[in-house]
Design a protein around this ligand. Structure first.
Ligand code: PMP
Length: 302
């Protein structure tokens, strides 16, 4: 990652100096929480999409895993994010705040360590991006998404992503772009780094939040769909639903809105991203770039 500056524990330093000691408990045990945010070029200059919601989820994640005294408030973290984007003079970038268990924490409790915090930015995409007229080829993973009482599914915990990496590595080695994970009861949960929607008989359906990360893009898509008059509801989906629905798409900060055109070798709908997927993708891309009626409330100019 090639950024010049990284914000770490309150200081903006050269990215090459932004290192953590090898003996860091958060690194050894996967006890860190993070966010994935994006800044886009807008008519008012570079702006961060839904920054407050991301930093609120960041704080919620830290509280869910049990940190008591957080080093920075939501507002301070929002400022740190804007400062880091500005320092690197990026027009568009991916933004990675991370809070980890440092300064101790070796006895497997949070109370013997301390939360440390940083914000890094970079320009490369972290998700496979298909052109609008093409979709992802997905498979249902042989790995199960976390039980919500085994890992905390509403918290964006670094350790949770071992499950994602197992599923995605397998999927890609088998020739697919993405893996769809089922929850411990066998219902559709989410993808490795994105939420899922399906369209059936003109209605937009998405799994309930029981066992998934409550995506900010998922929330954005629900709002945009309602604006467009598309009926939307949460619904448990089973694997066989995926084989008969008219459209499927994934959504996330990195993924944005991308159609899924094949699942387990079966064609979804006409085998190209469908009209509802296309309309929501277009609305989403105009919202993040400042040219949608909703943009004003969702963008923070850096
Ligand atoms: N689920 C998982 C497992 C994710 O990693 C992500 C990406 N953060 C999402 C869903 C989508 O969340 P968001 O829309 O907030 O980026």
């Amino acid at each position: 990652m090639n950024s010049r500056y990284t914000w770490i524990n309150g200081e903006m330093i050269a990215s090459s100096d932004a290192t953590v000691p090898f003996l860091t408990a958060g690194f050894h045990y996967g006890l860190a929480i993070f966010e994935g945010i994006r800044a886009y070029q807008t008519p008012k200059g570079p702006a961060v999409f839904r920054l407050r919601e991301h930093m609120q989820r960041f704080e919620d994640s830290a509280r869910i895993v049990g940190f008591r005294d957080l080093p920075k408030s939501v507002d301070e973290m929002m400022t740190a994010v804007c400062d880091t984007v500005r320092a690197n003079a990026y027009g568009e970038c991916y933004i990675r705040p991370l809070l980890w268990l440092g300064d101790g924490g070796w006895s497997l409790t949070l109370d013997t360590g301390k939360p440390l915090v940083a914000v890094a930015v970079w320009e490369q995409s972290v998700y496979v991006a298909k052109p609008a007229d093409q979709g992802l080829r997905a498979c249902v993973s042989s790995f199960t998404r976390h039980h919500p009482n085994a890992m905390m599914t509403k918290a964006k915990v670094s350790g949770n992503y071992t499950n994602s990496i197992l599923a995605k590595t397998d999927a890609q080695r088998n020739g697919f772009d993405e893996a769809i994970l089922l929850d411990p009861e066998g219902y559709v949960a989410e993808c490795t780094g994105a939420n899922m929607f399906v369209v059936r008989n003109g209605r937009l359906l998405t799994p309930p939040t029981d066992a998934i990360l409550e995506g900010i893009t998922r929330d954005t898509v629900v709002t945009l769909a309602k604006d467009l008059g598309i009926p939307v509801m949460e619904s448990r989906l089973s694997r066989d639903h995926l084989y008969v629905v008219d459209e499927v798409f994934v959504c996330g900060t990195a993924a944005e809105v991308q159609g899924v055109t094949h699942i387990d070798g079966r064609q979804v709908g006409a085998g190209v991203p469908g009209p509802i997927t296309a309309a929501l993708r277009e609305a989403y891309l105009s919202a993040v770039r400042g040219s949608h009626a909703r943009s004003e409330g969702w963008l923070t100019v850096v």
